[in-house]
Design a protein around this ligand. Structure first.
Ligand SMILES: Cc1cc2nc3c(=O)[nH]c(=O)nc-3n(C[C@H](O)[C@H](O)[C@H](O)COP(=O)(O)OP(=O)(O)OC[C@H]3O[C@@H](n4cnc5c(N)ncnc54)[C@H](O)[C@@H]3O)c2cc1C
Length: 395
């Protein structure tokens, strides 16, 4: 088996790297490398630069404004972004909703929304989870009842990533409470976050950041034309979206960047000379290589069939385990400095200019903890792997 990239692929990687070097604003790169939060305007500015070359939508076909890349090109592109400190295109827009609209949306929805998703004219958030429906997402209770040409939506969602920046949200709502199977009564709606009756409250996380929110929907009027696909068939579209979300969470290049930081810190303080530390680092690097191979296989399969791939659960699980192991090793390599974030209580924002490497190590470590939960928790991914890939636990 030849695991080397071809000369063409290496040339493509160089092209991406040169573009990033030429166009990525220095301040944006500094913040990403230093694990500092970016302003919305910085993310939008960069996505628009990518979109000028059709690079903001790496997995979209050419006819919808994508670059028409194969699996390896898409992989190389994202890997270069992550490793070089460039923000990736907003995944809610281009990795989650875009492919759903391309596969299941009406022509009118495609024309209306796809160009704006790519250009980040509209920032989207994901309204799936509820206080009583996370892992068991199909138990969701947010209700939508038909009234003329509208749905009237009532309920509460939770954990909406960057919802406070969102112009629009894609939501799962219950349209048939009497359906024989709970999965059968769910509909996929596009909701304008400026609609009367939509409100948000922030949730502060242990890394001191405001990324997630609760969203409240109180008699929100949603035109029927904002429904994706058929009424009560939303579960099918959600499964497709979640499969893409899980593949996207892998972020091998990001883990490589964390390992690069770890190596630099351990070189400076001499830790890299110790056999135990060296062995830990090598183990994580080998696991990461295996995750990279799995991701390439899944991407290749998706490009061929465009169907949900159950191996995305395995990829999500292993890639998150490797990233968390890498970020814990970074903390270890950072020594006492790595503890500096622990002086902040949850809900308290750390000073923006807290500039030492240790701050960054603990921020990376704490932030990576959420990855075992979002996109479907690791335990649930293990259940899916057992049932769909290993054929265990049925009947
Ligand atoms: C940082 C972050 C960002 C998020 N962003 C979004 C977002 O943008 N939009 C959105 O809709 N949601 C988002 N989520 C929500 C996320 O998808 C849910 O938190 C997740 O699905 C788990 O649901 P829950 O929190 O209700 O936990 P629960 O489902 O209550 O699970 C609690 C624990 O029980 C375990 N468990 C549950 N069921 C089983 C089972 N059958 N077998 C074994 N163990 C089980 C879980 O693994 C977990 O450890 C985000 C979450 C986080 C942490």
């Amino acid at each position: 088996m030849d695991l080397e990239f071809s000369n063409e692929e290496k040339a493509f990687r160089l092209e991406v790297r040169e573009f990033i070097d030429a166009r990525l604003p220095a301040e944006t790169r500094r913040k990403v490398i230093g694990d500092r939060p970016l302003a919305k305007a910085e993310i939008v500015e960069w996505q628009r630069m990518l979109n000028e070359r059709r690079w903001a939508t790496p997995s979209w076909p050419k006819e919808y404004g994508g670059p028409g890349w194969n699996a390896v090109e898409k992989y190389i592109f994202l890997d270069e972004l992550h490793q070089s400190g460039a923000p990736e295109p907003l995944s809610f827009n281009v990795a989650m909703l875009g492919p759903v609209l391309i596969k299941y949306g009406t022509e009118k929805q495609k024309r209306r929304f796809l160009p704006r998703l790519a250009k980040l004219d509209d920032w989207w958030c994901q309204g799936f989870s509820e206080p009583g429906a996370g892992s068991d997402l199909a138990s969701l209770t947010t209700q939508a009842r038909r009234e003329g040409e509208h749905y009237i939506v009532n309920g509460q969602k939770i954990w909406q990533g960057m919802g406070h920046w969102a112009d629009w949200g894609f939501f799962l709502v219950r349209t048939d409470p009497q359906a024989p199977k709970k999965q059968a009564g769910i509909t996929f709606l596009l909701i304008d976050m400026k609609s009367p009756g939509v409100s948000l409250s922030p949730i502060w996380t242990i890394d001191g950041r405001h990324e997630v929110n609760s969203v409240f929907l109180d008699d929100v009027k949603v035109p029927i034309e904002n429904r994706v696909g058929e009424e009560n068939q939303g579960w099918t579209y959600a499964k497709y979206l979640l499969s893409n979300e899980r593949t996207n969470i892998a972020r091998v290049g990001l883990t490589r960047r964390i390992l690069g930081k770890t190596r630099r810190a351990a070189t400076t303080n001499g830790l890299l000379e110790t056999p135990l530390f060296k062995a830990k680092l090598a183990r994580i690097e080998i696991m990461l290589d295996a995750v990279e191979m799995l991701q390439l296989q899944i991407l290749a399969g998706q490009m061929r069939s465009n169907e949900a791939d159950p191996r995305s659960s395995l990829l999500k699980l292993k890639s998150v385990e490797v990233r968390q192991a890498a970020s814990e090793l970074l903390m270890e390599a950072s020594g006492n400095q790595g503890l500096s974030m622990t002086s902040f209580e949850a809900g308290q924002r750390p000073p923006v200019d807290e500039g030492d490497e240790g701050w960054s190590a603990s921020a990376v470590c704490f932030n990576s903890r959420g990855a075992s939960i979002y996109g479907g928790s690791n335990e649930v991914q293990r259940n899916i792997v057992a049932q769909t890939l290993l054929d265990l636990g049925r009947g």
